[in-house]
Design a protein around this ligand. Structure first.
Ligand code: DGY
Length: 324
């Protein structure tokens, strides 16, 4: 009897037993992702692909073989040409929901760290510069009572709002549409236009998907509108923030600081001028990196993959229109 073939582009923190019952599984075990030509070659002979956001899955790769399902271990899928998949009736799976709290927690960690200069303070201490208690040493702004602007108000943006509520913040949000009054009331948030949010917020946190219409949403014009004491947090996608404009804004004092878990490109090149700045914290795209979350993401992606191999509807499908 035919056994489906599956390629997994990286080691995952879960047992593959259930998947191995229905498919022959090959796992790419190197630390770096498979190069595009290797992946394309693999795609020619597999039924199911389990991929990560570091893998470019384009129409050419899909055309090379006879993929029945593409399952991504992430909620975001800007590395996949979903339109091309839909054209070929290939379902694309992703992992929404399970990483909401871990990512919101991390956005909050970055906000706190940037405001209270935790990374700088650690470096300062290790450098032997802590000589005495000083009234003006490493000062930062208040978080409690400040104004937070949330750009993108899906699951993660809303989870950040819940955290901000505990800090008595005034919470503004902007998104493609205004949410219902009941939700706004329960979270204590106010919908405002993007420009107003930029002008009024002490902290701006980004939670939009990476897409054509969010590409470089933050560039010189937007930084010019922000308060000089404002702090930008990005745990969404690097492409949302123009890195050159961010550098200019941080160096010229258009904004006070930033903390980003995502960059354009990823990883950030070692010669990027951004790496020279003390008022910028950069982490390596670890927003969802709690042990429990990563294991749930992998399990969800496997469930999507198995469903696709069996010809069932994916439980978490990005392009459900293929089923109609
Ligand atoms: C996602 O899921 O899209 C995150 O960026 C990685 O966890």
């Amino acid at each position: 009897m035919y056994k489906a073939k599956v390629f997994i582009t990286r080691r995952l923190p879960v047992e593959l037993g259930q998947l191995e019952e229905v498919a022959t599984v090959e796992v790419w075990t190197e630390r770096q992702p498979p190069p595009y030509d290797v992946l394309s070659e693999k795609a020619k002979a597999i039924d199911g692909l389990l991929c990560l956001l570091t893998d470019k899955i384009d129409s050419q790769l899909m055309a090379a073989g006879n993929l029945k399902v593409i399952s991504q271990v992430a909620v975001g899928y800007d590395n996949i040409d979903v339109a091309a998949a839909s054209k070929r009736k290939i379902p694309v799976g992703h992992t929404p929901g399970v990483l909401t709290d871990a990512t919101a927690d991390f956005a909050w960690a970055l906000l706190m760290a940037a405001a209270r200069r935790v990374v700088e303070a650690d470096k300062f201490t290790r450098a032997g510069l802590w000589r005495t208690w000083e009234p003006d040493l490493l000062l930062g702004p208040n978080i409690t009572g400040a104004t937070l602007g949330i750009v993108g108000f899906g699951r993660i943006g809303q989870a950040v709002a819940r955290r901000a509520k505990g800090f008595d913040m005034q919470i503004l949000y902007t998104s493609r549409y205004q949410w219902e009054a009941e939700l706004e009331k329960s979270l204590g948030v106010e919908f405002v236009p993007f420009e107003q949010l930029l002008q009024e917020s002490d902290f701006v946190t980004v939670h939009t998907p990476g897409a054509d219409d969010t590409y470089h949403l933050f560039s010189d014009r937007q930084f010019n509108l922000m308060k000089p004491e404002a702090i930008l947090i990005n745990t969404a996608r690097g492409t949302v923030v123009d890195p050159d404009a961010l550098y200019r804004a941080l160096v010229s004092g258009k904004i006070a600081a930033a903390a980003v878990d995502v960059t354009e490109p990823e990883p950030i090149p070692q010669d990027s001028p951004l790496l020279t700045l003390d008022n910028l914290i950069i982490t390596p795209h670890i927003g969802s990196a709690s042990r429990q979350t990563r294991s749930q993401m992998a399990k969800m992606a496997i469930a999507n993959l198995i469903a696709g191999l069996k010809g069932d509807r994916l439980p978490y499908c990005v392009n459900p229109e293929i089923y109609v």
